[in-house]
Design a protein around this ligand. Structure first.
Ligand code: PMP
Length: 440
């Protein structure tokens, strides 16, 4: 694997070495694959990425799940280029595509009556929490252990680095997360007790969850979980926030809430909202809650501040509008879901035939490949966890090594353990990928 990088990735290595001098860690964000060094990507098209050395990879990273239509999707790119040519990137004033995008999100996601565009998933989570607190007048927020909701102080504090148990909280004062609590995924009894206790201490504003389970379903929840969670939140008059940054539009135009038929009070979007174009984030929900953002302008008196110089810029909005229209037209989520099913079935077949101690499971176009023995699932019910397996070897190292081996065989994944499929993944692409996985 390392000799592949030595012989085939010389240009990438040059860029990666230069990067180390001016960019801490040599990469700008933690998604970038960096063992033994990052690949410098030159071109992206459909299911494929090409690096500076001319190597071609099947792209299952999809920018962390953002490019459901495939990389560099032409019909959207042309619309963005047209608005760029006419109006430039930003004016700070209203553009018609802001409204068109908001109307489209409201049309597809039944719980969303009003929508506000923001700069990222992280910002949208911050806005949702602020809205929930302002609307209810309560302080406590409960999240599920292991869930990722962006990198704001309040949401990062307490996250454990997998395999090490170390807190990833340098630079974050304990007070930043003083009103955030973590619950066990699955454990609604513990959650009930927590909500009861919180009642005596000022009350819970909201419970925030990723509807497929923490870390995009890496720790899946049962299919019934979300419905029972809704009932519990109603009982305690607590707002339910769905973080659909990954699942929004990817699991269908109405997101995971449509899939589970559960209506959250607030929903957080990102990633696929703009089809992967920059500044992708948004919060939507019930009109009376969302109107707290309007303040004196015909809304309630509780003015909740959100902002962002580049939030809702014309390029993000036109990209979002046409991405969602294209997802509608092409049935992108269904297509990508079938590709995910095919990929997962093929991986499972390889795992079984070769007797590997791994497990693959998917929720449509979100495919999990656990190679470090962290968990085993019931194959007939991917939402059911049947066995937790610990390994002496750190999970991180194993994932890095797998990630590097996949690269050397022309496959880009998210940290070696998650794969997103897209509209561009035809049967031929998936079958080619499966051959490469088998080689690894
Ligand atoms: N929530 C979830 C569930 C996510 O997966 C992510 C990003 N991976 C975020 C929030 C944060 O979004 P962003 O990276 O756009 O800030």
């Amino acid at each position: 694997v390392l000799s592949y990088f030595d012989t085939h990735c010389r240009q990438s290595k040059l860029v990666a070495t230069a990067a180390e001098h001016v960019i801490p860690g040599g990469v700008q964000h933690n998604l970038a694959f960096n063992y033994p060094h990052p690949l410098a990507i030159r071109a992206a098209d459909g299911a494929y990425l090409s690096d500076l050395d001319g190597n071609r990879y099947i792209d299952f990273l999809q920018a962390g799940g953002a490019t459901l239509l495939g990389a560099n999707y032409r019909p959207v790119r042309e619309r963005v280029q047209a608005v760029l040519a006419e109006c430039g990137p930003v004016t700070g004033l209203l553009h018609e595509y802001e409204v068109k995008l908001a109307e489209l999100v409201c049309r597809h996601v039944p719980s969303v009556e009003m929508f506000r565009m923001l700069g990222s998933g992280t910002e949208a989570v911050m806005a949702a929490i602020r809205l929930a607190r302002a609307h209810t007048g309560r302080k406590w927020i409960v999240k599920m252990g292991g869930g990722y909701h962006g990198w704001s102080d309040q949401m990062v504090y307490g996250i454990r680095v997998p395999g090490t148990g170390r807190m990833d909280a340098a630079g974050i004062p304990r007070s930043a997360a003083a009103r955030i609590q973590e619950g066990f995924p699955h454990d609604l009894h513990a959650l009930r007790r927590r909500l009861q206790l919180n009642r005596l201490r000022g009350g819970t504003a909201a419970v925030i969850v990723e509807p497929f389970g923490p870390e995009s379903g890496t720790r899946p929840v049962t299919a019934e979980f979300n419905g029972e969670l809704r009932t519990l939140c109603d009982e305690f008059e607590v707002l339910l926030i769905f973080d659909e940054v990954v699942t929004g539009f990817r699991t269908g135009l109405s997101g995971a809430q449509g899939y589970f038929d559960v209506r959250p009070d607030l929903t957080v979007f990102g990633k696929c909202l703009t089809g992967g174009y920059p500044m992708s984030g948004g919060v939507g929900g019930q009109r009376d809650i969302m109107m707290n953002l309007a303040g004196g302008l015909g809304g309630s008196q509780k003015k909740v501040l959100v902002g962002g110089t580049l939030s809702a810029n014309p390029l993000s909005c036109v990209a979002g509008y046409y991405s969602i229209l294209e997802m509608e037209k092409t049935q992108a989520a269904q297509h990508a879901g079938r590709a995910g099913d095919r990929l997962c079935a093929g991986l499972t077949e390889i795992i079984d035939r070769l007797g590997l101690p791994y497990v693959a499971y998917n929720q449509g176009s979100i495919v999990h490949l656990q190679t470090s023995g962290v968990m085993l699932m019931d194959a007939r019910n991917p939402f059911k966890l049947i066995k937790l397996v610990r390994e002496a070897e750190s999970r991180k190292r194993s994932m890095e090594e797998f990630g590097a081996a996949y690269c050397a065989h022309g496959l880009i994944t998210l940290a070696g353990s998650r794969l997103y499929t897209s509209l561009a993944d035809t049967d031929e692409v998936i079958d080619e990928a499966l051959n490469r996985f088998e080689d690894v």
